[in-house]
Design a protein around this ligand. Structure first.
Ligand code: SAH
Ligand code: SF4
Length: 401
């Protein structure tokens, strides 16, 4: 297991299978599904066929009941239902923004929560998926980084975010044409490369040709620059890479992104240059949050161009106007300055669009994701503290009477 730079070790909560409990097959990979089906006594000769039928129903058709699996024989259906369930985690809250953005707050079996955001655009619909509850990396400008609790999501919990969005958007009937979720970005809560195995397993399920069939070209994984896993990501998962750059000098980057003390700019940019599959038609995206007076000068823009040229990177830059959150010390750069920054990078021959923040009214924009349970738990603590204070005189008076 990877130890994160600040020493925290996010853990995956194991799937708890109490004897007598039914196993949730959502999130099993093909081999695991086959093994599970063999184990419940489906005749050996049928195991391969039955598991591909079940796979198709679960991931291609989105069914949640074995009764609906019409091409599976009745006795096998009964056996499956006796031992298994197909269950999504609970949606605690679904918020719909007036710009079409949808945010889902999802509660997992152990009570932890994470957020998933759907962003419709003219030519695509992007689902922003979380890989962890919270994040250990504590980037100073990121709301998720302020969460105390961190744990890795299981592959099942990552896949379930896609299932939930497709349920809500009602698109199981049209799996490849006229899709609403056309793209996935691993840009929700958490650092996906610190949860490599589960993210890989989940994306393989999503890309499976007999399941959801999303092409790897339509999936982008965003990392804060976990250098040792970047190459593996290209080799083993093969998705597009986005890197949270946010600064062009080590002193500034280390100040706002503590991971830079472990993997500095030079290492990160070299890993980008070596990213398998990156070329001009499939460029690496650098994310750059515009922080007033911190990383947004003309000189920073020129340095960004110089670095991209120096490392010969097939890259584009996404300029993200900083999204403020309660308690942050940063401010978003002035609009004129963002525009100037973008122009300088464009003049250097590199595409640098300014991202329009989406779903601001429901706090769904980049870096604003932070589960309500944590906000609630603080409120809860305050309530408890208040209750304890008001309880004291009550006890005293009881004692007196
Ligand atoms: N942990 C991964 C992916 C999740 S964050 C990573 O850091 O790359 C998605 C993007 O939003 C990252 O580029 C992140 O740096 C950026 N971001 C975080 N907080 C932000 C904020 N308040 N305003 C704008 N962008 C922010
Ligand atoms: Fe974690 Fe990414 Fe936020 Fe940094 S920006 S704290 S790596 S989620």
């Amino acid at each position: 297991m990877q130890i994160t730079p600040n020493g925290h070790e996010p853990i995956v909560s194991p799937r708890i299978v109490v004897p007598g409990d039914k196993l949730n097959i959502l999130g099993l990979d093909r081999a695991e599904l086959k093994a599970a089906i063999a184990e419940i006594g489906v005749p050996e000769k049928q195991v391969k066929m039955r598991s591909s039928q079940v796979w198709h129903w679960v991931y291609h058709r989105g069914v949640t009941s074995f009764d609906d699996m019409s091409n599976v024989s009745k006795d096998v259906r009964a056996k499956l239902a006796e031992h298994f369930i197909i269950e999504r985690p609970e949606i605690v809250e679904a918020q719909y923004s007036n710009d079409g953005t949808r945010k889902y707050l999802i509660r997992f079996a152990d009570g932890n929560e994470a957020e998933t955001v759907y962003i419709p655009e003219e030519d695509r619909g992007t689902l922003c998926i979380s890989s962890q509850v919270g994040c250990t990396l504590n980037c100073k400008f990121c709301h998720t980084g302020t969460m105390r609790l961190v744990r890795n999501l299981t592959a099942a919990e990552i896949v379930a975010q896609m299932m939930i969005a497709r349920d809500d958007l009602g698109e199981w009937e049209s799996p490849t044409e006229g899709r609403r979720v056309t793209n996935i970005v691993m840009m929700g809560m958490g650092e996906p490369l610190y949860n490599f195995d589960n993210v890989k397993k989940a994306l393989e399920i999503v890309m499976d040709e007999e399941g959801i069939q999303l092409s790897r070209r339509r999936i982008t994984l965003s990392t804060s620059g976990v250098v040792p896993h970047m190459e593996r990501c290209g080799q083993e998962i093969g998705v597009n890479l986005a890197v949270s750059l946010h600064a062009v000098r080590d002193d500034v980057r280390s100040e706002i992104m503590p991971i830079n003390k472990k993997y500095g700019l030079d290492e990160v940019l070299k890993a980008c240059a070596n990213y398998p599959g990156a070329h001009n038609a499939r460029r690496i995206t650098f994310e750059y949050a515009m922080l007033k007076g911190v990383n947004d000068s003309d000189a920073d823009a020129r340095e960004l161009v110089r670095l991209i040229r120096k490392y010969k990177l097939p890259a584009k830059v996404n300029l993200i106007p900083f999204n403020p959150w309660p308690g942050t010390v940063y401010e978003c750069s002035e609009w004129d300055q963002i525009q100037r920054f973008s122009d300088i990078v464009y003049e250097g021959g590199i595409s640098a669009p300014i991202r329009t923040p989406r779903g601001r009214d429901i706090m769904a924009a980049c870096g604003q994701l932070k589960s309500a349970s944590e906000k609630k738990s603080k409120a809860q603590l305050e309530r408890e503290a208040a209750a304890a204070v008001s309880a004291e005189p009550h006890h005293t008076s009881t004692g007196l009477t």
